[in-house]
Design a protein around this ligand. Structure first.
Ligand SMILES: NC(=O)c1ccc[n+]([C@@H]2O[C@H](COP(=O)([O-])OP(=O)(O)OC[C@H]3O[C@@H](n4cnc5c(N)ncnc54)[C@H](OP(=O)(O)O)[C@@H]3O)[C@@H](O)[C@H]2O)c1
Length: 273
């Protein structure tokens, strides 16, 4: 996974691979008409990003997002969803103490919940825990629920898991066996946590990055695509859950900064190859 050349709240203006960096609020100001509402730059100490939500739906209509994992990915996503106006629940591991304090500082606006409450009250569940700890989630509670697998099997963290190494399926297909009644979608796993906020851009911005969704349930994928769009990315359906293998470490989409056209083309080439 790439760990390089990150910056504080920039917006990259790409012309193929060349870049000029502007602060986000400069970019948002330049794109006021696209946002459709007046824009005020955030106060210097305001941690919240300007919302890139482009619809006018009321807060009550926005799906409640439940995130397992208050680590790097979970808190980055929580900040983005809060900024886009979604109610957000977040559950940490049983051994995390002072989680309210942590979440209050790093993801203000998100609400800490226990694992069962999160499963029962969330419209869309995002799993952002280490792959090797996936079994510690309450999978029995996920019947009929939209569950986004944002995990990667990552041996330096998870250790080498022989069954996974020997299994020809995508890791999401393997994860899906925990509860076959869950409506599993693979997404959010193919970009670094540090890129999630840096690369979010308003709808219609020419340099907007695309994120993939893979899954066997079209409605679930569409729901996940909508929340991806709401936080500042284009969403591209790359097909069935097995195609999620293309998003995994070592896969052709993993870690690559692609716009919608590039991602669609790459996914099409892979799926039809
Ligand atoms: N880092 C990235 O850039 C990146 C990008 C995309 C996807 N991912 C994937 O996303 C997942 C999370 O990555 P991360 O970097 O955010 O890891 P992280 O910083 O270690 O955060 C994961 C958190 O999940 C917690 N956790 C463990 N079991 C849990 C449970 N049952 N319920 C709730 N929380 C639980 C962990 O707590 P404990 O430490 O107590 O176990 C830890 O605080 C991994 O599968 C990773 O491969 C990572």
């Amino acid at each position: 996974m790439r760990r390089s050349r990150r910056r504080r709240c920039p917006v990259r203006v790409r012309s193929l691979r060349s870049s000029v960096r502007l602060p986000f609020h400069t970019f948002a100001y330049l794109h006021q008409p696209a946002l459709g509402r007046p824009y005020s730059p955030p106060a210097r100490n305001d941690r919240r990003r300007p919302s890139v939500e482009h619809s006018v739906e009321s807060e009550n209509e926005r799906p409640r997002i439940g995130i397992y994992g208050a680590g790097k990915v979970g808190t980055a996503l929580a900040r983005l969803f809060v900024a886009a106006g979604h109610p957000v629940l977040i559950a940490g591991s049983p051994r995390q103490s002072a989680l309210d304090l942590l979440v209050g500082v790093v993801a203000p606006g998100a609400r800490v919940a226990d694992a069962l409450t999160l499963a029962r009250e969330s419209d869309i569940i995002i799993v952002a825990v280490p792959f090797g700890k996936a079994d510690s989630l309450p999978w029995d509670e996920f019947d009929g629920r939209i569950v986004v697998d944002a995990m990667n099997y990552w041996p330096p963290i998870d250790g080498t898991i022989d069954e996974v190494e020997a299994d020809g399926r995508s890791t999401s297909e393997i994860i899906g066996t925990r509860n076959t009644a869950a409506r599993l979608v693979k997404s959010f796993n193919h970009l670094g946590y540090h890129e999630m906020e840096d690369d979010a851009l308003p709808a219609g911005a020419p340099l907007r990055r695309a994120l993939a969704v893979a899954g066997d349930d079209d409605e679930a994928k569409a729901a996940v695509a909508r929340i991806i769009e709401a936080i500042g990315f284009d969403a591209v359906d790359i097909g069935a859950l097995r195609e999620g293998a293309h998003l995994q470490p070592g896969g052709p989409i993993f870690g690559r900064e692609l716009d919608r056209t590039e991602l669609e083309r790459l996914a099409h080439e892979r799926v039809t190859a």
